[in-house]
Design a binder for this molecule. Structure first.
Ligand code: AMP
Ligand code: GLY
Length: 412
């Protein structure tokens, strides 16, 4: 089998690594990949959907897997399907559940999916009037895709008015911010539930936990993820039951009613409060860095699981009874301004974890930092303590200027 994986993060490296263990997989292409994926397969620099379709035809690609939401929302699955190519992921219409927070909130409200109460505004004047008499704190979300930056906490009216001005008038995220969702602030812990969809059902993986804030003890700004663990020790069997009844099942009903069934990943971002699980968002893809801790624990053959989903066959997921930890080493300053271009040394001395490079590129025989999130270190163990020790010892070995990582990943 010849496979094409679209994306360039640690998530795509984790999926590629798992597939590369399968002897039936003869070639993996990554568009555009990174310094780890070039060791697993071949990186290609195409990013345009049409060019990717032509590449897949020319190279006789048997299966394409899409990582990032932007490709899905742009309709890459529709383009591949029209060309008769096999692809794992939702169509543009289905991906809109992630691409438009206004649409997904309306969907949740219509089907009784438990979520934060919210109002949707396309008119700045109406949003402004609402904020003048609202209770604070509130969460304000740009409806469209804003590279994970379009969700802001407003502590008071002045902050809120500035945010909607930035989003709706100054258009700092372009058209993504011209519609906003203003919602109740929920306090609790977050959990990420990644599911496989086979076109008939949504089959959940074990819950993962993403460490979103830049600083220790959940302080500092939200990032794309500073680390992750699976299974989430906070997410109990009772939470799982609550999730199935109040979030997963109504979602499935809504998807069936609206002809939104698909094959691919769907990932539920939950906030668990003392009133139970609430859905913050749908992601119509797998998570990063959650994928990095789910893949090493997944016992099923990934290629068979994906193919079965595409063919609409029933699947049953099995996970190892172990713990997985991912530590993300970033360029200091991330998610704000940071510097890149520094050589990453001692990668070959890492001996306890698996290294999945993300924002890193190779040139002239060396590997250099090239993004915010640079290195993912992933380890498993019988306990979180054991897995954590491995990633932190390896992190001490790896050197690059301005490297930074949290000290408290998997410390509970
Ligand atoms: P989203 O893209 O909607 O998942 O939002 C990104 C992040 O913002 C979430 O992972 C939470 O950390 C936070 N967030 C979103 N909505 C809420 C909410 N209603 N209450 C509290 N935090 C939220
Ligand atoms: N880890 C959160 C996400 O992938 O959106």
């Amino acid at each position: 089998m010849r496979i094409l994986i679209i994306g360039n993060g640690g998530r795509e490296a984790a999926i590629g690594k798992k597939l590369a263990e399968d002897r039936r997989v003869t070639q993996i292409f990554f568009a555009k990949g990174n310094a780890t994926t070039e060791q697993i397969g071949k990186n290609i620099s195409l990013t345009d959907n049409r060019e990717l379709v032509n590449f897949a035809i020319r190279e006789a690609v048997d299966l394409t897997i899409v990582g990032p939401e932007a490709f899905l929302v742009s309709g890459i699955v529709d383009d591949f399907t029209k060309a008769g190519l096999r692809i794992f992921g939702p169509s543009k219409k289905v991906a809109n559940l992630e691409g438009s927070k206004a649409y997904s909130k309306k969907f949740m409200q219509e089907y009784g999916v438990k979520t934060a109460s919210a109002q949707i505004f396309s008119s700045y004047v109406e949003a402004e009037a609402y904020l003048k008499t609202a209770q604070y704190p509130l969460i304000i979300k740009a409806s469209g895709l804003a590279q994970g930056k379009g969700v802001v906490l407003a502590d008071d009216k002045d902050e809120a008015l500035k945010i909607i001005h930035d989003f709706m008038i100054a258009k700092i995220y372009g058209d993504a911010g011209i519609k906003v969702v203003i919602e109740e602030y929920l306090k609790g812990f977050e959990a990420s539930i990644i599911c496989f969809s086979n076109g008939k059902d949504l089959i959940p993986c074990i819950a993962a936990k993403d460490y979103k804030r830049a600083g220790n003890n959940h302080t500092g700004p939200n990032t794309g993820g500073m680390g992750s663990v699976a299974p989430s020790p906070e997410f109990t069997a009772a939470h799982e039951e609550d999730f199935r009844k109040n979030i997963l099942e109504p979602t499935l009903r809504g998807m069936k009613d609206n002809y939104l069934m698909f094959s691919g990943f769907i990932f539920f971002g939950l906030m668990v409060t003392d009133k139970g699980c609430h859905l913050l968002e749908y992601n119509m893809r797998s998570g990063d860095p959650e994928t990095q801790v789910i893949m090493p624990l997944l016992e099923n053959n990934l290629l068979d699981t994906i193919n079965d989903c595409i063919d609409g066959k029933d699947i049953e997921l099995k996970f190892k009874d172990e713990k997985a930890v991912c530590l993300v080493m970033v360029s200091g300053g991330y998610p704000g301004k940071y510097q890149t271009g520094y050589e990453i040394t001692n990668l070959n001395r890492v001996n306890q974890s698996s290294v999945l490079l993300a924002g890193a590129s190779s040139k002239a025989g060396g590997i250099y930092s090239a993004g915010g999130r640079v290195v993912n270190l992933v380890a498993t163990g019988a306990s979180f303590d054991e897995a954590r020790k491995k990633v932190y010892e390896d992190a001490k070995t790896i050197q690059f200027d301005y490297a930074y990582y949290r000290d408290d990943i998997a410390k509970f």
